[in-house]
Design a protein around this ligand. Sequence first.
Ligand SMILES: [Zn+2]
Length: 422
Amino acid sequence: MRLKSTVFIFWLWLSAIAARCQAPATLQLIRDVRVFDGEHVFEHRSVLLEDGKISRIGGSELKVTNAEVVDGRGRTLLPGLIDAHVHLPNPVEKASRQALVLGVTTQLDMFNGGYRLKLIKKFESEDRPDIADMRTAGTGATVPGGHPTQMGGGPIPTITAPDQAQSFVDARIAEGSDYIKIIHDDGSTWSWTTQRVPMLDNATMRVLVEAAHKRGKLAVVHVLSEQQARDAISAGADGLAHMFVGESVGPDFGRFVSDHHAFVIPTLVTLYPDCGKSEGPATLADPNLRPYIGEGWRQSMEMAKRNLQLNHLCNGTDVGIRQLVQAHVPLLTGTDAPVPGTTYGASVHVELALLVRDGLTPVQALAAATSVPAQAFHLSDRGWIRPGMRADLVLVEGDPTTNILATRNIVAVWKRGIRAQR
Ligand SMILES: [Zn+2]
């Protein structure tokens, strides 16, 4: 009996040593830092990272033996940023690496297919520390000839009648769709072309949303006009993948969205080029962003020129955002990268500044890039700085809770507690 217990203790001791050798306990303490926890701001906190998670939060006096200390004085710690609308390109890794070094630890892809979809699912399951994490809508639902098939690319599955909705949704889930994307856009607000395309009717949209919900998936709808937005929300959509482009907006729009408990991903950085207000050139000129933007994306950011004559086309867009803020509609930061004028990571910081210009406080904007998208997309392990959450974090110089431009002064980024090489 005694021998048995001695052997057992020896075995425990050996296992403990073995475990240490496999995964050396790397404790990191970010000391005396301002913390934006996803919702509120706290001064002089210390945050301990352990085994890829946030393990403890204490005051500035918190001391932990064997911890690597990162000086937080004069700095702000944010949950890793979430870009709630991207399209991951080929190569997926390059874009996701650029996003990560610019503080974006999670990207929500909003339409993809074929080989790229397979790659996205692979990276999603690997959750590598050197690229941003990702989720994907896979192939979105549209009619034959509908948006975005006019843009070329290979043939994609389409839907023509309500009775195909459940099998369409089930096929997407089988391919790996984490949520269902629906396209409701006939091109009526496209300023760059006179081309118009067919779109899903409201009845089909409604059953698609129901089919997604039946499988526990969110339904997110692409719209670009106010009427399309109202149709999608009436059909039960969980959220809009864009705000719309428009010179005006009905006075009840914010209340309407709020009454239906939907969220909105404004993607102003992508809508503004249609109104001659591209932020692409300014994004590229920012010394805090430019060094991290890959050569391949620089040209398309320059392409989108400014044109004052078109600016009024977004008046309704901006007034609409103000209504949404007043009505407490959840707003999520998204870029729609790589639409010309936008790019991975960098455009999240630009979108944050645009949201502040449209009436969000800096703290509300930071929530729009962290806890709000995490909650909307049921990513329960991130978006907050709280014990037990993933250590997906961004440390910035200065105070973005009062000056949103400070999100660009990045000192360090962690994904699952592993500090990204910038
Ligand atoms: Zn998109």
